[in-house]
Design a protein around this ligand. Structure first.
Ligand SMILES: NC(=O)c1ccc[n+]([C@@H]2O[C@H](COP(=O)([O-])OP(=O)(O)OC[C@H]3O[C@@H](n4cnc5c(N)ncnc54)[C@H](OP(=O)(O)O)[C@@H]3O)[C@@H](O)[C@H]2O)c1
Length: 299
């Protein structure tokens, strides 16, 4: 029951669009949701002619779930957004929603993060369009996993490639740009499952998220005192397509609540943060010291 529950997916087929797009009820609800509107730095910037000072954020995996949710949060805060994923029709529907609600700039590019050269091209293209990249959120990920040694190597490998190797490509591409700019904020979306090695179908997924978190810490060590910041976020259970169909998850929050908590945390530019802070910060501390026989019961 912990962290990921496999959803039936068609997303492994590049370019596939499930047609949910702007016609879905949740999309219509969000359009009407006043939480995504209001006074923002961008609006004030426009009033005082400072719109050029707006910051730009690239979010991978922005076609659904937390990526789309964070895009809504940051659009409402007045950022320029560079959004990418494979399901481009979803991205287009999101751009329409955000520009209608906030009038900001939203650029889209199709990206399969497992196409590594394309990751570099897309990030560079966003930088050229915006002039500079202020923040990159490495969010694209999959939640698939099977017990090791049960004949599912290909599936587990694909999860490892998407969640870690492709994340490494995104980090490399972002860091190239940040090193040139001598500033930038790299955000890594890890998971509470990274806190410990976890049993059964979670083993590989948790390992990929732990690897990503270590990548972040290593970079932070190297970049101490510089204007390049690296934040690792550890989300708890947030109800998205990734855990669609799962029974009630412990301490779960909605996509909107989880995305807002992530955006708040990211704005603080912390080294690490469990999200939402309550109860996951405490649970994170506990998880670090749990005896293995208790960890064995987590699933
Ligand atoms: N929801 C939770 O409870 C939870 C908890 C901890 C951590 N997380 C992490 O949060 C991140 C977002 O997950 P979510 O819950 O928002 O799930 P989601 O709704 O399934 O979203 C996953 C996103 O990743 C993108 N993606 C997957 N494979 C990709 C690929 N090969 N190339 C490009 N984009 C790809 C998807 O876009 P396309 O399919 O359109 O390409 C989609 O936009 C993941 O890294 C996940 O591990 C989630």
């Amino acid at each position: 029951m912990l962290w990921i529950v496999r959803r039936a997916t068609d997303r492994d087929k590049p370019g596939l669009n499930d047609g949910a797009g702007s016609k879905s009820p949740s999309h219509q609800r969000r359009l009407a949701d006043s939480r995504y509107t209001g006074s923002t730095p961008y609006h004030w910037g426009r009033i005082f002619g400072l719109a050029d000072l707006k910051k730009s954020i690239v979010i991978t995996g922005a076609s659904s779930g937390l990526g789309a949710g964070m895009a809504r949060e940051f659009a409402a805060r007045g950022y320029d957004l560079g959004l990418c994923a494979r399901r481009t029709e979803r991205l287009e529907a999101l751009r329409d929603e955000l520009t209608q609600a906030h009038g900001g700039r939203v650029e889209l590019l199709a990206l399969d993060v497992n196409d590594h050269p394309r990751v570099f091209t897309v990030f560079r293209e966003f930088q050229q369009r915006f002039g500079t990249l202020d923040r990159v959120i490495v969010n694209a990920g999959v939640g698939e996993g099977r017990r090791l040694g049960t004949g599912h190597f290909e599936l587990n490998k694909r999860t490892a490639e998407t969640n870690y190797v492709a994340a490494l490509a995104q980090v490399e591409a972002a860091m190239e740009i940040f090193r040139e700019q001598k500033r930038g904020h790299l955000v890594l979306i890890s998971s509470m499952s990274a806190m410990r090695g976890l049993p059964r179908h979670l083993t590989n997924y948790a390992a990929t998220k732990a690897a990503l978190a270590h990548l972040g810490e290593g970079l932070r060590a190297e970049l101490l005192g510089s204007q390049i910041k690296v934040s690792t976020l550890y989300p708890g259970y947030i109800r998205t397509e990734m855990n669609e169909g799962a029974k009630k998850l412990p301490f779960e929050v909605s996509e909107a609540v989880g995305s807002r908590a992530l955006a708040h945390a990211i704005e603080r530019e912390p080294a690490t943060a469990c999200v939402p802070g309550w109860p996951w910060t405490l649970l994170g501390l506990l998880m670090r010291v749990l005896p293995l026989r208790v960890v064995a019961k987590l699933n």
